[in-house]
Design a protein around this ligand. Sequence first.
Ligand SMILES: *[C@@H]1O[C@H](CO)[C@@H](O)[C@H](O)[C@H]1NC(C)=O
Ligand SMILES: *[C@@H]1O[C@H](CO)[C@@H](O)[C@H](O)[C@H]1NC(C)=O
Ligand SMILES: *[C@@H]1O[C@H](CO)[C@@H](O)[C@H](O)[C@H]1NC(C)=O
Ligand SMILES: *[C@@H]1O[C@H](CO)[C@@H](O)[C@H](O)[C@H]1NC(C)=O
Ligand SMILES: *[C@@H]1O[C@H](CO)[C@@H](O)[C@H](O)[C@H]1NC(C)=O
Length: 609
Amino acid sequence: MELPFFLSYLMAAAALEVKTSPSPVVGLVHNPVVLHCNFTVQESVRKEDMALKWAVKTVSGEERAVFLFDGNHTAGYRHGPLVNVELLPHGIASLTLSDVTLRDEGIYTCTVLVTPQYGNGKIQLKVRAQPAVLLSPQSLLAAAEGEKTFTCNVHDFYPQAINISWMVRKQGSLRETPLSSDICTGAPSSRGRDGLFAVLSRVTQMVSEADNGSLYICEVQHESLGKPLRRNTTLLVTIPKSYHRDTGFIVGVATSCIILTGLCSIFLTIFYQTRLAKAEPQVSSIIQPDLIPINEKIRLMCNINGFRPKTIQVKWYRRNPHRMVLASDHAKEDAALCEAGEDVTGMAKQPLEANGRFYSISSCLSYTPTIKDDRAEFECNIQHSTLKNPIRRTTIIHVTARPASHYIFSSPQVPIQGDKLILICVVEKFYPKDITLDWFRNGQPVEEVTQFGPFPCESDFYSIWSQTEFILTRDDEGAIYTCRIKHSSFGNVEELSYEINLQGTPPEVLWITPDPTVPVAGEELRLSCRINNFSPSVIRVNWFQDGKPLHVGVCHSVSVVGANGLHSMWSLLRVTPAQGAGNTVFTCKVEHDALSGCVERVYTLQMPG
Ligand SMILES: *[C@@H]1O[C@H](CO)[C@@H](O)[C@H](O)[C@H]1NC(C)=O
Ligand SMILES: *[C@@H]1O[C@H](CO)[C@@H](O)[C@H](O)[C@H]1NC(C)=O
Ligand SMILES: *[C@@H]1O[C@H](CO)[C@@H](O)[C@H](O)[C@H]1NC(C)=O
Ligand SMILES: *[C@@H]1O[C@H](CO)[C@@H](O)[C@H](O)[C@H]1NC(C)=O
Ligand SMILES: *[C@@H]1O[C@H](CO)[C@@H](O)[C@H](O)[C@H]1NC(C)=O
């Protein structure tokens, strides 16, 4: 038998039953995943009488083929082994995706044709990434009494939703107590081009001798995890000798009191008033995130510990970055405003906590900075009856904006051996201005580079172009050019790559689609053959009827260039089948320089009745 055909919708009664994995299937980033697609077959069927197509509709709505088998040829559009066609006669058309990435997410369709039956099944693939968690300080912490900060660095997870909680277990106790205050958790953000998220959570605690040996636990809950992921660290407190002075003093005084009762009550009253009744607040410096992206909520934290009495006033102020020029009329007013700052205390949460004999407050200010907040100053201002002047802590924030776009652009779009190729690395609309662009060829630095910018873009932002050009030789085939972008908004560097392809890209030839799907004798039947994503644009498409070339009724579209620089086209054959023309075989044959041979798609005419 010839190559199989892809139709027979008319044989609805003989629909093929396709069984797929229960949807959704969850795949983990960097791991393999198998999407099952099984069907029932008669024993005698050969793989030459079968056809298979796996396609995916991605989250962005794009549809693309993943794997095609037409009874003879296979075509894979993703790295890895994909489908073992030898198993098709056993009713197994399962798809294996090795090294899953976020780009693989989508709805997969498995379409099977076993002449003349036809069936399909759909499976949703969800891709997840498990967080890695690092709690620091990790090893035993030798610390004096006072304020301690623990940081839980949770990274490389997907999707964004995550819960981070903190617990403490006192030494000798089996009970874990959740910590609810003094916690500052950022908003998960995505830094790398792999689309994975990262977030930091910090807890700041006043530790005393009583906390010696306590275990601090950071617990992470995420959709990708079967059970919460936990990390812990043990606290060891070392007490400087002088600390015992006050208590020793009280005990000493109290003992003497029993002897000198009269004098003592007066002395103790004075002592209480001066030493115990009041305690000055200890104020931390302002804790802020390492990276402050615009339009994302950040938290600034100020810890105020160990004070008495509990009446205290904590205020937050925001001051605009100092302007270079002040309009003379408003100069005074502005200067005054600038000095006081805007009161933003309303954006802060600050629960008061009793901590033994003392009080503490962890004041957490939530703020969503815009580009205008770059170099704005934030002040945490504390007034307390023990203080003559308020305690002020200030910090200046530096905001960043990730480039709105960054890509490599080539001219000409399709490289030609012997001609000049210009590669331009474009980074648009970022902030701040400082940026470094470097080119590498197969990992080696490229010296001959011309840079334009950074130049202002949309008033507050910047853009930059970096270009390298050269004459293409045969040696350039397969060379990889990388543009490395170093910018504070990435937290790290980002790389864009361009692979030189002088051999072109072979076309993806889809199966022939008939219109109408059920041919009618004496009526025009249009067979169309779609040919996608090829380069260069030169292509030959021919039609055959039972092996004989056809010239009449053939029409080719012009080829159009897609965003990827590749060409696509279609070819249409119009025929009018006569009564009894069943089993006529139409072939669409595609020849292209990037193909080792040619690609053929076959349609066998089936006339009902
Ligand atoms: C399909 O077949 C494979 C191999 O025999 C089996 O492991 C899998 O569970 C089957 N899946 C379904 C959905 O029947
Ligand atoms: C399979 O393809 C090869 C080369 O592409 C061709 O020579 C051969 O005839 C084809 N076999 C069938 C059964 O169509
Ligand atoms: C986070 O906690 C909330 C409330 O307990 C819960 O509804 C949500 O499912 C949790 N999210 C994750 C990712 O565990
Ligand atoms: C603390 O961490 C260690 C090492 O990871 C682990 O063996 C231990 O079970 C953890 N303890 C608790 C209470 O989670
Ligand atoms: C804390 O515990 C460690 C070991 O359990 C001990 O060596 C140290 O002396 C303790 N510190 C205080 C202040 O008791």
